[in-house]
Design a protein around this ligand. Structure first.
Ligand code: ATP
Length: 358
């Protein structure tokens, strides 16, 4: 027997999904299609509605408006058990008094499967998460990472069409988080389940997901492959999430060939247009710290160093321009606090957005 999720049930679709808490729209109208077998991450700052979206898909929260479909069939009227989706939470949510085997078997026992089938499936799920040797232990005898593996085994043992994960790695230390990212991706590929994964960690979303959905204020801001989002964020707040720590407001000097020149803190910076701007109007210039340096040629921003720190291979620092704008840059050497420097940006890696902040 091989554990086999049921992505053949088809795509998961959210159509115009809204969810209010009182007057507050936690979800203000979400449209999203997750292809069968796809791994999609919902990424966004705290309070943007990620968990609400996941709980609506799971059936733990009713919708205020809109509908959810699986393979074209409407499912938002179904109870969570009837949807049969696997769920993994940040808190593991294991039964402390049941051993690993019985925790994993729980959902199967509820489905009244025969003893032999339950044993075979549990063995397989424990093999998949590499915990066969720990089957008789209680959750309290396992490390955090091992407990999260039990939770994953329990989610996939029911052969769900969809697995939903809400910040599953948040309680683990940094090294274990890295290991578990690869582990979850491997399990996803082994059983081929459609996966929706909630995280506020950009690295996690980019490294694990086929596509990333960036949310803010109950709305989807952008959906794309990790590479698309990283290279071509469509909004300033998506750029913020993708590491463009410098977001400098300035005035557009000229617009040409999909590019614009913007005057910021006395310097003219050029970059690729990501939104419409017009000459004379306001714009934001977005630059990653690694693309703002003292040693590259180009329009220079005069600034005074606040501090630099060593981060393996290079130094990263902060500085203040004459008009008070804070800048984050990269340097090959440490710079003393108070030193006057000239920072230039790599134009091919500089992006220009409209002048109204989101
Ligand atoms: P976090 O990562 O902090 O959990 P999130 O992006 O998952 O954030 P949600 O938990 O979905 O965000 O919350 C979205 C918004 O809805 C927030 O403003 C939150 O305060 C509100 N909210 C969520 N659940 C409830 C509830 N049960 N009652 C009232 N307001 C709620």
């Amino acid at each position: 027997m091989t554990l086999h999720a049921k992505p053949d049930l088809g795509a998961l679709e959210l159509r115009g999904v809204k969810r209010f808490f009182g007057n507050h729209a936690a979800l203000a109208g979400i449209d999203l299609t997750v292809a069968a077998g796809e791994f999609v991450a919902l990424l966004g700052p705290s309070g943007c509605g990620k968990s609400t979206a996941l709980n609506c898909i799971a059936g733990l929260l009713p919708l205020s408006a809109g509908s959810i479909h699986l393979g074209g069939h409407r499912i938002d009227g179904l109870e969570p058990e009837e949807r049969g989706f696997g769920m993994v939470f940040q808190s593991y949510a294991l039964f402390p008094h049941l051993n690993v085997r019985r925790n994993v078997a729980f959902g199967l026992a509820m489905r009244r499967l025969g003893r032999r089938e339950i044993d075979a499936r549990v063995d397989e799920a424990l093999g998949l998460v590499r915990l066969r040797d720990h089957a008789e232990k209680l959750p309290g005898q396992l490390s955090g990472g091992q407990q999260q593996r039990v939770a994953i085994a329990r989610a996939v043992v029911i052969e769900p069409a969809v697995v939903l994960m809400d910040e599953p790695l948040s309680n683990l230390d940094a090294a274990l988080r890295l290991e578990m990212r690869a582990e979850i991706r491997r399990i996803h590929e082994a059983i081929g389940c459609t996966t929706v994964y909630v995280t506020h960690d950009q690295d996690e979303a980019l490294s694990m997901a086929d596509r990333v959905v960036v949310m803010r204020d109950g709305l989807i801001r952008q959906v794309g492959t990790p590479e698309e989002l990283y290279e071509r964020p469509a909004h300033l707040d998506v750029a913020d999430f993708m590491g463009f720590r410098n977001r400098l407001r300035g005035r557009v000097v000229r617009v040409f060939d999909g590019r614009a020149e913007v005057e910021v803190a006395g310097a003219r910076l050029s970059g690729a247009l990501r939104q419409d701007v017009s000459p004379g109007g306001a714009a934001f210039v977005a630059i990653r710290p690694e693309d703002l340096q003292i040693d590259i040629r180009g329009a220079a921003l005069a600034a005074r160093v606040k501090a630099t720190e060593y981060r393996g291979r290079a130094f990263f620092g902060s500085a203040v321009a004459a008009d008070g704008t804070e800048l984050f840059f990269r340097s090959d050497r440490p710079l003393p606090s108070g030193e006057e420097i000239q920072l230039a940006a790599e134009p091919s890696r500089t992006l220009i957005f409209g002048g109204t902040a989101p």
